[in-house]
Design a protein around this ligand. Structure first.
Ligand code: TXA
Ligand code: MG
Length: 326
C-alpha cells in the first residue's frame, strides 16, 4: 500500500520493519526494498520478493556514519574520507564485515555494503528504526531482479503489489540512478559501480580516481552484463544509425524510440519519447522512461546512444546493461 511519509506512517514503517516485514522507502537515488538487517528471515523475504539469487549481497542503510563500527571490522582512511565527504548521500562503501553481520546480508562474502542515504524520508525512517547502534535496514533497489529500478512509489507497486506491507511515497527520486559503489578490501579503493557520484567527485576526495573493478572482484549484481532491462528487446543505437534506420522506414512493427538529440520524423508511426538533453535530467528520468516505453508493448525499443562525456558514464553503463543481449 502506498502511503504518505507523515510521522504516523514513518512510525508504522519502523514497527513493520521491527516485526520482520518489508517496507519500501524512497532514497535520493532509487526506491529501496527494506528489511531489518539483523533479522535473517526478514532479509530472506527481500530475496524471495525480488527473485534475487542468494549470492548477491544487499546494502545496509544506516542512520548515521557513527554506526559503521557495528558493521565494519576496519575502516581504511580513504573510506573515512569518502564517508565524511558524501554521507548522507549516494555513496556505498564495501568494507570488511564485522563478525556479527548475518551471512544472508553479505551473500557469505567477507565484506559488507554500507550507505547513509540523504533522502529526508529515508533518514526519518532509519532514525526511528535504528534505536540501538547496531540496527540497520538491508535494502536492494525495489524492483524485480534484473529489471528496471524504481524511482517512484508507483513503480514499486507495479512490481510488487501487496507483497510489500508499506510503500512510503517520497515522490520521484532526485538522482534517479543508483549509488556509486567503492570497495575497500585492502587500503586501495576499487570502483565497483558508477552511479550518482562521478569518478571526478571521488578523485577530488581521494586524490586520484579509484581503480576500476576487474573480473574476480567482489560480486555486484548491478555489474552483470544484463541488468536494469525492460522486457521488450531494446537496442542502443548511435545517432547516425538511428537516423538512417528511421529514414529507411526500416521500422517494421511497433518501434518505441527514446531520443535526446533528434526529434520525431513527420512520418514516424511508433511511440516517440524525447529524453532530456542534460545528463542529470536524463538520469533522473531514465528508469521512468524505460518503464513507460516497456509498457507500450512495442516490438522493439530503440535508444539513441547518449554522448561520450564523463558526466554521462553512469547513464551509458545502465543503458549498455539494459540493452545487452545474452
Ligand atoms: O542507490 C542504491 O545503492 C540503492 C538504494 C536503495 O540504496 N540500492 C541498490 O541496491 O542499488 P542493489 O541491491 O540493487 O544494488 C547494490 C549492489 C548490488 O550489485 C550488490 O551485489 C552490491 O551492491 N553489493 C552489496 N554488498 C556488496 C558486497 N559486500 N560486496 C560487493 N558488492 C556488494
Ligand atoms: Mg538493483
Amino acid at each position: 500500500m502506498i502511503v504518505l511519509p507523515n510521522p504516523e506512517n514513518i512510525d508504522r514503517a519502523a514497527e513493520l520493519l521491527r516485526s520482520g516485514r518489508l517496507v519500501s522507502f524512497p532514497t535520493e537515488t532509487v526506491y529501496g526494498l527494506g528489511a531489518d538487517a539483523r533479522n535473517p528471515a526478514a532479509v530472506q523475504r527481500v530475496f524471495a520478493a525480488k527473485g534475487r539469487p542468494a549470492e548477491h549481497p544487499v546494502i545496509v542503510h544506516l542512520a548515521d556514519a557513527s554506526a559503521l563500527s557495528h558493521w565494519a571490522r576496519s575502516i581504511p582512511a580513504g573510506a573515512q574520507a569518502l564517508a565524511a565527504a558524501f554521507w548522507p548521500g549516494p555513496l556505498t562503501l564495501i568494507l570488511p564485515r564485522d563478525a556479527s553481520v548475518p551471512d544472508v546480508v553479505t551473500g557469505g562474502q567477507g565484506t559488507v555494503g554500507l550507505r547513509v542515504p540523504g533522502h529526508p524520508v529515508a533518514r526519518a525512517l532509519l532514525q526511528k528504526f535504528a534505536v540501538r547502534g547496531g540496527d540497520g535496514v538491508a535494502a536492494p533497489s525495489a524492483n524485480r531482479f534484473g529489471g528496471v529500478s524504481a524511482t517512484t512509489a508507483q513503480h514499486v507497486e507495479e512490481d510488487f503489489g501487496d507483497e510489500i506491507a508499506l510503500i512510503l511515497d517520497g515522490g520521484p527520486c532526485q538522482h534517479g540512478i543508483e549509488s556509486t559503489i567503492v570497495a575497500f578490501t585492502n587500503d586501495e579503493p576499487v570502483l565497483l559501480r558508477l552511479g550518482a557520484l562521478s569518478e571526478g567527485d571521488l578523485a577530488q576526495v581521494l586524490g586520484h580516481a579509484p581503480a576500476r573493478a576487474r573480473a574476480g572482484a567482489p560480486r555486484a549484481s548491478g555489474t552483470l552484463a544484463m541488468h536494469y532491462a525492460p522486457r521488450t528487446p531494446a537496442r542502443l543505437m548511435p545517432r547516425d544509425e538511428l537516423v538512417s534506420a528511421l529514414g529507411r522506414g526500416k521500422a517494421k512493427g511497433h518501434i518505441a524510440v527514446l531520443a535526446h538529440s533528434i526529434s520525431q520524423p513527420p512520418l514516424f508511426e511508433g511511440t516517440w519519447f524525447d529524453a532530456p538533453t542534460q545528463d542529470a535530467a536524463y538520469a533522473h528520468d531514465l528508469y521512468a522512461n524505460l518503464r513507460a516505453l516497456d509498457a507500450r508493448a512495442a516490438d522493439e525499443i530503440w535508444i539513441e546512444a547518449p554522448p561520450d562525456g564523463p558526466e554521462w558514464s553512469a547513464v551509458r553503463d545502465r543503458l549498455r546493461r539494459a540493452t545487452h543481449r545474452g
